[in-house]
Design a protein around this ligand. Structure first.
Ligand code: ATP
Length: 418
């Protein structure tokens, strides 16, 4: 590992402002006789020559005090986590974390004392996998030096994932999802020591808090091929223990693939989650909403999918009037409609959804509320009703111009007055 290689990684693989910030942080730390390390996923990505998604720095002192000064005159949003003595900065969408190596020490400048190694060692021991438990020094005297107390590099070279100790999944069962995710993303196998631990501890997944579990599942959905992770989760009992009514099989894998073919590589978590619940009944989908403590929008998406499934028969009719189709679909979220389109195996359902998407959803009457008032209607709820009538007439081709609409409104007004 040499300093030049690290410098060129920071320069070429990171946005320029992150590179500058990290080097600036390193200088500041050195000037205060503190040690600063790159740690976790970024070290892994450096060694694999991949572009990191975020940066994780470890400081041998109070990270909050240090980070506050570092970001003092910058425009970035900084979040403090006092409980863990950590700080997180959002730099134009790139996350930079600075954590405190737990016990604070003040090493002698210019040399790497044993006690420091002990300190970073303890920090790395708390990490999920050996490949994520390495650090690289940013201190001037050993810039680029790899601290690898648990032989993460060996695992990395052998393409395997192992936990640091047998109780790791018991300490934090969310690491089980992380294992499946890294294994798929990096093409690594779960080591012969770790897989039995994962299988043994999968029943502890229900202990993961709702928000945390959703975070991990959302991370799965952000991977290139989430279906492969879900298939592994099914095989290992992880899915069953996480979301009891969810099923990952060939149908689901095909639908995930098709969603990417239709909507592009970055399919939203909403669409994937709707597909995962597509074969559930309403109480099962509701229990998933509760288990994951889903927010308003995600819950609405799942509920809309249930609603669409309940109207599947009607949506499968060739003779459905455009106004009826509109009234069935207009209240649904975009993502629910997109997911339902993918999940629908019947061509007629798809045809109707496309008709709505491409044509009907944009239809609006020519007249507005103010026009109705100008034509003689009293302001009030009636206006909304007439506008809805105009929309339906236009959707069904019964009026086609502003004049047609005015004629209709005048007739309607005359009827009201008689
Ligand atoms: P990604 O590329 O997905 O962001 P990452 O390795 O950077 O991968 P993060 O979730 O950003 O993952 O976490 C940063 C680091 O924090 C990890 O590399 C790991 O060392 C540690 N970590 C995260 N979650 C856990 C956990 N549940 N248990 C132990 N260590 C964890």
């Amino acid at each position: 590992m040499n300093a030049e290689k690290l410098r060129s990684f920071l320069k070429n693989r990171l946005p320029p402002e992150i590179n500058r910030l990290i080097l600036h942080a390193a200088e500041r730390a050195a000037s205060q006789n503190l040690y600063l390390y790159l740690a976790g996923g970024m070290v892994r990505d450096f060694l694999l020559d991949k572009t990191p998604k975020d940066a994780d720095l470890v400081l041998t002192a109070n990270a909050i005090l240090f980070g506050q000064k570092l970001f003092e005159k910058t425009p970035y949003k900084v979040t403090l986590h006092h409980r863990f003595n950590n700080l997180s900065a959002d730099i134009n969408g790139f996350k930079l974390d600075i954590t405190s190596a737990r016990s604070e020490i003040y090493p002698v400048p210019g040399k790497l004392p044993e006690v420091l190694e002990g300190d970073i060692r303890a920090d790395l021991f708390r990490r999920d996998f050996k490949i994520n438990a390495m650090a690289i020094s940013l201190s001037p005297q050993d810039f680029g030096h790899l601290a690898d107390p648990y032989n993460g590099l060996t695992d990395l070279k052998q393409g395997k994932l192992s936990v640091l100790h047998p109780k790791s999944f018991q300490d934090d069962p969310s690491r089980i999802w992380r294992a499946l995710r890294y294994s798929e993303r990096l093409g690594f196998s779960i080591s012969g020591d770790t897989l039995p631990l994962l299988l043994r501890d999968a029943h502890l997944i229900p202990l993961i808090g709702s928000d945390r579990l959703w975070y991990e599942i959302e991370c799965v959905f952000k991977e290139a091929k989430p279906e492969n992770i879900l298939l592994k989760a099914e095989e290992t009992g992880v899915l069953r223990n996480s979301l009891p009514f969810a099923k990952a099989d060939k149908w689901l894998a095909d639908k995930f693939t098709e969603a990417r073919e239709i909507y592009g590589e970055n399919v939203s978590p909403e669409i994937y989650l709707c597909l995962l619940t597509a074969r559930m009944d309403s109480p099962q989908a509701d229990s998933l909403i509760t288990r994951l403590h889903l927010g308003k929008h995600l819950s609405a998406c799942l509920k809309d999918c249930q609603y669409l499934a309940e109207h599947r028969e009607e949506l499968d009719m060739a003779a459905l009037s455009p106004s009826r189709l509109y009234s069935l679909l207009a209240k649904c979220t975009k993502e629910a409609l997109q997911a339902f389109y993918v999940s629908a195996d019947n061509p007629l359902v798809r045809k109707n959804l496309l008709l709505f998407h491409e044509r009907l959803s944009a239809v609006k009457p020519y007249l507005k509320g103010a026009d109705l008032i100008a034509l003689g209607f009293a302001p009030g709820p009636n206006i909304k009703t007439i506008l809805a009538e105009l929309l339906n007439l236009k959707l069904d081709g019964k009026v086609s111009s502003r004049i047609d609409e005015i004629d209709y409104v005048k007739r309607r007004l005359a009827d009201d007055q008689t």
